[in-house]
Write a protein that binds this ligand. Structure first.
Ligand code: ADP
Length: 537
């Protein structure tokens, strides 16, 4: 059994070969620096402290925390001792947080000091939690009604600095858990195995994917409570990269400063983060020359944004696709060597697609007549399988809808071109059905966001008495363009790219587009708001 893949071995490697390399962590009190030797020792102490608290193999260890070094230590301590790391999305409603802690049956709960108010409100409804551990830089624990409560640092002091990582563990045993939002009802639990996480880390290291390496200085902006911050903390530790963890409540300004000061080489997050950063770069004077890549996923990367980062700021952009259920990396968009001959516009078109399947995975795209042709036109649902693709939702009847015959039905509709590159057309639930034909909201959004005055655009399906549904665009203009750009300007701008019936029936200007807990456009809220739009107008 000692050839089984396990997560403890990832950190052990960093301790051994990269003991001097650093983890740079921002917490409420400022920036802190630790070497991997220190992180390793602290993680070992944490494992022994958790054992003393009664945590056993298979138990779930909950975290309600930002991206920082202590969260990283729990990332390795929980699976490193055979328990299961359960990262909780702190932006969910209290009702959903209660549901997932109870559903996962978390035995202990790690909480950031500033997130205490969340847990204090719900503590009496969490019967499985036997200990609350507060993560703070203060000597004194903040006053709290949580019981029993512990402070992270004193627990570590008492722990054994030489506690061993568990090795005789089945590589298919659960190592982590993350709940993903469902269209309706409670969030659904996704379980990650040791094998899945280790192989996903390999995938992040490949030259043709993200090529994470020792020479990198990574900054995961994507939260550690969302799909393991896309697996970056595991891969970066294993491969010996310097890691910068941007901590609580960061702003685009702070991110720009960290990029400059820490000389970040690769950073990862959703498109709304990068739209915010672009705005900051436009107004400031930052040195971003260290960046070799911005990794962007979680929602479609608008073409205009890719273009601005690359041509104006000389920052290479990598567009990738995945979901919580896929650990998350599934496809990644890079030009093939012979495609460099394409025109600038063609290259951009290609790069804005979601890319090709990462080695190690399998895909099928299934439409009304079976698997679709690789012609870039026929649409079908994307099905995935592989070592880091989930095969069920944790104790959830909804598994039957999404997992069939060994495949994950992603609920994403795409085309495949002759190069095998997928292009996401929409989520099944976001597609606009007009007069029996499909309209892709993603294509319309991309076109709108290419306009110089547009900051954000989201296109949604609105019920229509004659056409079943019609597209309506919700647009946020950049400040200097407010009240200057009109609906007619925007429709005229995108018209050449689409058949007439694809064009949105209306453009509604807003100050802000509502976002999901991880910063994606919350189309559900827009749809609800506009539900009676065509009836009223
Ligand atoms: P949720 O957004 O439902 O909370 P996930 O973060 O798991 O949960 O989201 C996964 C979904 O995000 C995918 O199914 C897909 O619809 C969308 N998505 C992810 N990456 C991309 C991308 N590069 N382009 C377009 N859509 C994407």
């Amino acid at each position: 059994m000692n050839d089984q893949l396990n997560i403890g071995a990832l950190l052990e490697r960093a301790e051994k070969y990269f003991s001097k390399k650093q983890v740079v962590s921002r917490t409420l009190s400022g920036i802190h620096r630790f070497t991997y030797a220190e992180i390793g020792e602290r993680t070992r102490r944490l494992m022994s402290a958790l054992k003393d608290l009664g945590v056993e193999q298979g138990d779930r260890v909950g975290t309600l925390a930002w991206n920082h070094h202590r969260h990283l230590e729990i990332y390795f301590a929980a699976p490193g001792m055979g328990a299961v790391l359960h990262t909780i999305n702190l932006r969910l409603s209290l009702e959903h947080i209660i549901y997932i802690i109870n559903h996962a049956e978390d035995k202990v709960l790690f909480v950031d000091e500033d997130l205490l108010p969340i847990v204090e409100k719900i503590a009496t409804k969490l019967p499985t939690v036997k200990a609350f551990i507060i993560m703070t830089d203060q000597e004194q624990l903040p006053t709290t009604n949580l019981q029993p409560v512990y402070s992270y640092e004193p627990l570590l002091e008492k722990g054994n600095p030489n506690e061993p990582f568990i090795k005789d563990i089945d590589e298919n045993a659960p190592a982590g858990m993350c709940y993903t939002s469902a269209t309706t009802g409670n969030p659904k639990g996704v379980v990650y195995s040791h094998r899945g996480i280790v192989l996903h880390s390999f995938a992040l290291g490949l030259a043709d994917t993200t090529a994470i390496s020792e020479s990198d200085i990574t900054m995961a902006v994507v939260p550690m409570f969302h799909a393991n911050a896309w697996g970056l903390p595991f891969a970066a530790t294993w491969l010996g990269s310097t890691q910068v963890l941007p901590g609580p409540m960061f702003t685009p300004k702070l991110l720009a400063e960290l990029i400059e000061q820490e000389k970040i080489t690769i950073t990862a997050g959703v498109p709304t983060i990068w739209l915010g950063l672009l705005k900051e770069l436009e107004g400031g004077n930052y040195d971003t020359s260290s960046l070799r890549a911005i990794l962007c996923g979680g929602a479609a990367a608008p073409k205009g944004m890719i273009n601005t980062f690359e041509t104006k700021y000389n920052i290479p952009f990598i567009h990738a696709y995945g979901m919580t259920e896929t650990s998350p990396l599934a496809t990644l968009s890079r030009l093939k060597s012979y495609q460099n001959k394409l025109s600038v516009e063609e290259r951009l078109d290609q790069r804005a697609k979601q890319g090709i399947l990462v080695p190690g995975l399998e895909m099928k795209v299934v439409g009304g007549n079976g698997e679709v042709a690789w012609d870039g036109v026929e649409m079908g649902e994307l099905l995935l399988r592989g070592p880091w693709i989930a095969d069920e939702y944790y104790r959830d009847e909804r598994s039957q809808e999404s997992f069939k015959d060994g495949w994950l039905y992603t609920g994403d509709v795409c085309t495949v071109d002759e190069e095998g590159v997928i292009k996401l057309v929409d989520r099944t639930k976001d597609l606009i059905k007009s007069g029996g034909e499909w309209i892709s909201s993603v294509d319309l959004e991309n076109a709108l966001m290419a306009h110089e005055g547009v900051f954000e655009a989201s296109v949604v399906a609105v019920p229509h008495p004659d056409w079943q549904e019609r597209p309506v665009a919700c647009v946020v203009l950049k400040d200097p363009y407010k009240d200057k750009v009109t609906k007619e300007d925007l429709l005229k701008f995108i018209a050449p790219q689409f058949a007439k019936w694809w064009l949105p029936d209306d453009v509604i200007f807003m100050d802000e587009i509502p976002k999901t807990s991880v910063g994606k456009f919350l189309k559900r809220a827009l749809r609800e708001k506009l539900q009676n739009y065509f009836v009223q107008n």
